[in-house]
Write a protein that binds this ligand. Sequence first.
Ligand code: AMP
Ligand code: ZN
Length: 466
Amino acid sequence: MAIRFLNTYTRTLEEFRPLDSARKTVKLYTCGPTVYNYAHIGNFRAYLFEDLLQRHLEASGYQVNRVMNLTDVDDKTIRGCHAAGLPLAEFTQKFKDAFFEDLKTLRVKPATTFPSATDPVYIARMIEMIAHLVEHECAYQAEDKSVYFRLNKFPDYGKLAHLNLDELRPSGRISNDEYEKESIGDFALWKAWDEADGDVVWDSPWGKGRPGWHIECSAMATALLGPEIDIHCGGVDNIFPHHEAEIAQSECCTGHRFVRYWLHCAHLMVEGQKMSKSAGNFYTLRDLLDKGWTGREIRYVLLSVNYRLPLNFTFESLAGARSALSRIDEWVARLTEKAGGELNASAHPLATQKRFQQALDDDLNISGALGVLFDVIRGSNRALDEGNLTPADARALLGWWDSANSVLQFQHEEEAIPQAVLDMLTARAAARAAKDWAQSDVLRAQIDAAGWIVKDSKDGQKLTRK
Ligand code: AMP
Ligand code: ZN
């Protein structure tokens, strides 16, 4: 079965065909954090679903070039640095560092590139794009000196969000003094400097100012990934206006369709409300670590519900994650103990691998994938209890778990047995069966060098971490 995604743009389940399907490369852009504070776990739900996406694509043989931007200039970062009495770059660096640390705690694979909006290369790119839009009359400088995108130049605006935007379309110039824009829907590309900006300022052909948030993403995405991107992700709150604006700006600049597949995760909720800084109902990762929960448990909770469904955060769900993970740990420990035994023929769990993969191929159906995992755990525990699971079966199951875990990242770190070590164990069992003691010793040394100790008992080989 091919990989299929529910594309927000078309609202249909579509077979995934990247632009460069011959080389199996995927260009992935994911909107990153605004670095004015610690990210909350709602934000991390978005980054974790993107991690699942990247890891599943990689497990399926794709090479993923992922860009995640850091929004390090906007109203909130400016307000924050002034309140802290720090230069903008110094203020945001602290939260960039914290963000990278949090990603590690949650076992999120780092993006290929983490561009910052204030990097002079991207500021120059933003100015270049805005100039192009102005030149082609897709943008204009208003009386307040800011530059706005002219919405009526892009009839597709609103298609991603499936909104009726009639009221946002211009019906002649709005005379109300409140609006200096031609139409209330026109959004800012370049914001003219005002006093609240203080020393956060760049020169531009339209005077001093700073970029708008939307153009930041269009500039970084097209600079690093080119005019056409395979997949663009974010939370559903990003759809409008942010992603609509990204499409409008990028397509008017490049003349290409900006994104082939749009994937958006539903919100992390708390008692029926979106978890957000402004609602004050949020937990940062650090809050939960301080309460004794681990990154792995939080990862499990945030990943375990399909990304298109809202996920209600509770402490019971964290307790549930703890017990699910300890079931996995016990299972892996039992298999590891069994795996050291003598070589037997084994049915390689190909069917399991296929069921697991097919679940994730189906728009990242994690509930289905976890269902396969716990079925396998139940079945193999029963077989172990009944003495019906051979060492070779155990090795094959661990081999499968190794590949499933490369996507899930649920393994207790100390117990991860790399596939290479499992292979050496199998080869050593074969050497011992053939009474090739010299080869058996060579393999023991190799296993040792890979960080594992193998001991021979009357039940066969026993593997432990060094
Ligand atoms: P921000 O730092 O506000 O720009 O948000 C960063 C990312 O987190 C965006 O992709 C948002 O859509 C996403 N996000 C924010 N709040 C939540 C939430 N409660 N649940 C899931 N994703 C969220
Ligand atoms: Zn963005």
